[in-house]
Design a protein around this ligand. Structure first.
Ligand code: NAP
Length: 478
């Protein structure tokens, strides 16, 4: 089955920070792939903006260099580069803005803020002051969206002064992943799961976002953020919302986001003994403190916590969330752990078997349902757990083995004006309102994160968090 490509209308896309890491590693490759797939029409323009004095040719060469790994067909590459332009501009100064508007049509114009968050306010104000905000204009705002509730509110206020909420696209690339949308399709497109999707049948839910890499070049930013702000407040919170939310009345942006917001607002405050903070320890060739050059930093690179949602559907069902860097493997997975059958007719020797629905976001996006069957062969009624695999490649053919990258889908959604997979301002604020007291508690108690070995599954206390409840984490597998 070949996936359908529906071309969008011509547009102008301005990428502020067009020479930066995110633009070169994610945004431009995503646009290139959409262009090669035939989704970007001839009249579309992509304008990179930064302070550095490129001209169109040297900018195209810079972007061509970052597309080298794409194995690009020269014809596709040429077609894409032709659409690229460059404008040198300092977001904090008034010069050069009028030039940016030259050649822009009356159709969709999107402004992607791929710059430091300190510049978001200045960009919004200058776009407005120079008359670039038309009814069809929209902005894409990268993470982090604020540092806490107060700064997120301030940023929302600045953006709201110049843009309507339906013009603001707060990006969380986890929401653009194929499997995340599949999660909604599986939940709300089938009769099978939804009747079981509650505390009566689900024992608990585990959400793991594990990275095998360390902070790398992002040390300066990360040391002021930590895993709670960098991952938990946004990516894991969004996954939690999609797993736990009620069925929206329709698949439209506000209906979906209203339901997600209700989940965040129903979250209980997390008790201090239900959180484990960790930091990858100084060991041979690996250590967070050495990497960021601060021997005393207490920033966490790992968090595991137990969350509760106080509503009818989920009362009594714990949600265990964990995320960390330099763990044993790169793996993002949601495991819905169903309860054991109430009574085993096969006797004690058959053991206890519970169904697990695993939603893998990376690597190898796909969904697996672990079911219990009879072990084949003579030997009596022995039970064994086997996976029912809903991997895309097997079901839909090899051409669907590599679904589009999240950025490809999200940027095209911006152009089409579909906000379903973007966070609304009140959602972001509610997430900070839940996160802030946790961080404030650590600061008030002078909490020091538990060290863990690089390449491990995290601090031992995270295992204890589960063990105390008679449960254990599923493995972190590549
Ligand atoms: P970066 O590599 O430091 O790039 C910053 C870009 O902004 C450069 O193109 C820079 O070019 C431009 N710039 C800086 N000051 C400017 C100014 N005053 N006016 C106009 N342009 C200016 O940063 P990045 O890693 O691409 O990150 C960009 C944004 O994405 C940040 O908000 C970051 O938090 C977010 N983000 C990044 C990643 C990632 O993987 N990189 C992931 C998630 C979110 P000049 O110096 O020539 O002006």
């Amino acid at each position: 089955m070949v996936s359908r490509v529906i071309p969008v209308d011509p547009f102008d896309l301005v990428v502020f920070g067009g020479t930066g890491d995110l633009a070169r590693r994610k945004i431009m490759p995503a646009l290139f792939r959409r262009c090669a797939a035939g989704q970007i029409p001839d009249g579309a323009r992509i304008i990179g903006v930064a302070r550095h004095g490129h001209d169109a040719e040297s900018y195209r060469a810079l972007i061509a260099e970052s597309l080298r790994g794409e194995g690009a067909d020269p014809c596709h590459l040429e077609g894409f580069l032709r659409r690229l332009e460059y404008q040198s501009l300092d977001a904090t100064r008034s010069e050069g803005w009028d030039g940016l508007g030259i050649g822009m049509g009356q159709g969709v114009r999107a402004f992607y803020f791929s710059v430091s968050p300190d510049l978001f306010g200045a960009l919004a104000e200058r776009l407005h002051a120079h008359g670039l905000v038309t009814p069809e204009a929209r902005i894409v705002v990268e993470k982090p969206f604020g540092h806490d509730l107060e700064s997120a509110r301030a940023l929302n206020r600045v953006l709201a002064a110049h843009f309507r909420e339906d013009q603001i696209y707060r990006i969380d690339h986890y929401l653009g992943k194929e499997t995340v949308q599949n999660l909604m399709a599986v939940r709300f497109g089938n009769m099978l799961f939804e009747p079981l999707w509650n505390s009566q049948y689900v024992d608990h839910i585990q959400i793991t976002v594990a990275e095998s890499v360390g902070v790398g070049a992002r040390g300066a930013y990360y040391d002021h953020a930590g895993a709670m702000r960098d991952m938990m407040q946004n990516h894991l919170m969004q996954l939690l919302c999609l797993i736990a939310m009620e069925p929206p009345a329709k698949f439209d942006p506000d209906a979906v986001r209203d339901e997600k917001l209700k989940v965040i607002r129903a979250l209980d405050a997390v008790k201090p003994h239900h959180i484990v903070r960790g930091q990858y320890a100084d060991g041979e060739g690996c250590g967070y403190r050495a990497e960021v050059g601060d021997p005393r930093t207490t920033t966490e690179t790992y968090v595991a916590l137990r969350a509760h949602i106080s509503n009818w559907r989920w009362a009594g069902t714990p949600f265990y969330l964990r995320t960390g860097k330099r763990l044993v493997a790169r793996s993002s997975v949601i495991n819905v752990m169903f309860k054991d059958a109430p009574h085993s007719i096969f006797g004690e020797e058959a053991g206890r078997h519970a169904n697990v629905l695993s939603i893998r976001l990376q690597p190898n996006e796909g969904i697996t349902l672990k079911v219990t069957i009879k072990e084949p062969g003579p030997g009596g009624m022995r039970l064994v757990d086997v996976p029912l695999d809903m991997s895309f490649a097997k079901a839909l053919g090899p051409e669907n083995q590599n679904p589009p990258d999240a950025y490809e889908r999200l940027i095209m959604d911006v152009i089409r004006g579909n906000q379903t997979l973007f966070m609304r301002g009140d959602e972001v604020e509610a997430a900070w309102a839940w996160t802030d007291p946790i961080i404030a508690g650590w600061q008030a108690r002078g909490d020091v994160p538990k060290p863990y070995e690089c390449g491990s599954t995290g601090p031992g206390d995270a295992e204890l968090l589960m063990k105390r409840d008679g449960r254990r984490w599923q493995g972190i597998n590549p």
